[in-house]
Design a protein around this ligand. Structure first.
Ligand code: ISE
Length: 344
């Protein structure tokens, strides 16, 4: 997009308006500057019509292809189920339209790599991936402290990811691909150091875990430089949504996610009087807003991908690490992560 074709207002086509997609339509309509929703589609047409009714000036079409190729769509937001992401993202690249795709980029590392390759071959930059935590203010603060050397060398990254509950179809593999994938991307974001192996530790399960689900699970990742990352996943706490991240560095430790801002400690101790939201939407509302606003701004200025955003390559890294993590669910010891070369 050059100066002469810059839209005054970015017209966004949204594919999939279930929970997440409907949230995005609402945020674009009410809070995002410089954009509006122009076209909407959903597998269930009635859902698309209800959501479109809340976005003045938008219209409903039947298929994702119609959204992507619509004349009145400058950029595409994909919030359909994960198994459609590869095809829809690739179609947006082929149409030359910037796309913000909710995670995951694809269901397998091979498919994610195809998207990376399609974008590389197009010669353009189109794909932003919706890892919204990168736009969270506490995440940014922790990242800045680490990059400024305040914590010294990162030795350990300790993550906790707890949900009040999950739907009945949630299985151990989804603990990885739907939930732990956020910490997998957090490793890329904070440490910029590739994960080389992952191991799963299975504690006894809560009585609230449904048949076939081991809950909680503990994942242990190791990066190329030797930082170890622990990730506790507990998705049936019946309490609320807790995402905590602690970096233990050679010169200090800092924790975020306590609802009191960043807590930096050199010694044990201290007290906490925060509260716990019910699910991820209130916790990361501001991060989602910041993510979508940064994307719209990047589309409007022709750079297409915001500086802080996860890219298709980050989506591929996450898919490769998650594949190893899924394999580690049924393997004793650590599983190595296999990575292809990044296309030029
Ligand atoms: C969900 O899909 C999300 O992306 C949430 O951030 C995560 O906390 C939850 O576990 C996932 O199921």
């Amino acid at each position: 997009m050059n100066e002469t074709t810059l839209p005054r207002e970015v017209r966004i086509g949204v594919i999939g308006v279930g929970r997440m997609g409907a949230d995005h339509v609402e945020r674009i309509t009410r809070r995002i500057k410089g954009a509006r929703v122009s076209v909407v589609s959903d597998y269930v047409r009635a859902t698309a019509e209800t959501v479109s009714a809340g976005a003045p000036g938008s219209r409903v079409v039947d298929t994702p292809e119609e959204v992507i190729t619509a004349e009145d769509v400058d950029a595409v937001l994909i919030a359909s189920p994960g198994q459609f992401h590869r095809e829809q993202t690739t179609a947006a690249i082929a149409a030359g339209k910037p796309v913000l795709c909710e995670k995951p980029l694809a269901m397998t590392p091979q498919d994610a790599y195809e998207v990376v390759r399609a974008e590389a071959e197009s010669g353009g930059r189109y794909v932003s991936l919706g890892f919204m935590r990168r736009f969270d203010a506490e995440y940014a603060e922790l990242k800045d402290a680490l990059d400024a050397g305040e914590l010294g060398t990162p030795l350990l990254l300790n993550c906790k990811h707890r949900n009040a509950d999950v739907p009945p179809h949630f299985d151990n593999a989804m603990m990885v691909s739907d939930s732990a994938v956020h910490e997998v991307d957090a490793i890329s974001y904070f440490l910029e150091d590739p994960v080389v192996s992952v191991q799963t530790v299975v504690p006894r399960s809560t009585e609230h875990a449904h048949e076939g689900l081991n809950d909680p699970l503990l994942f242990i990742f190791r990066t190329a430089s030797g930082t170890v990352v622990t990730d506790e996943l507990f998705v049936n706490t019946k309490a609320g949504y807790e995402v905590r991240t602690e970096i233990v560095g050679s010169r200090g430790s800092a924790t975020i996610g306590l609802n009191v801002g960043r807590v930096t400690t050199q010694q044990p101790g201290g007290s906490w009087g925060g509260s716990v939201p019910l699910d991820f939407r209130p916790r990361f509302l501001a991060a989602y807003d910041a993510e979508v606003q940064a994307w719209v701004d990047a589309v409007a200025d022709g750079t297409n991908i915001a500086a802080r955003s996860a890219t298709a390559w980050d989506g591929y890294l996450a898919a490769a690490v998650c594949a190893a993590a899924v394999q580690s669910l049924s393997t004793d010891g650590a599983v190595e992560v296999e990575l292809d070369e990044r296309p030029r």
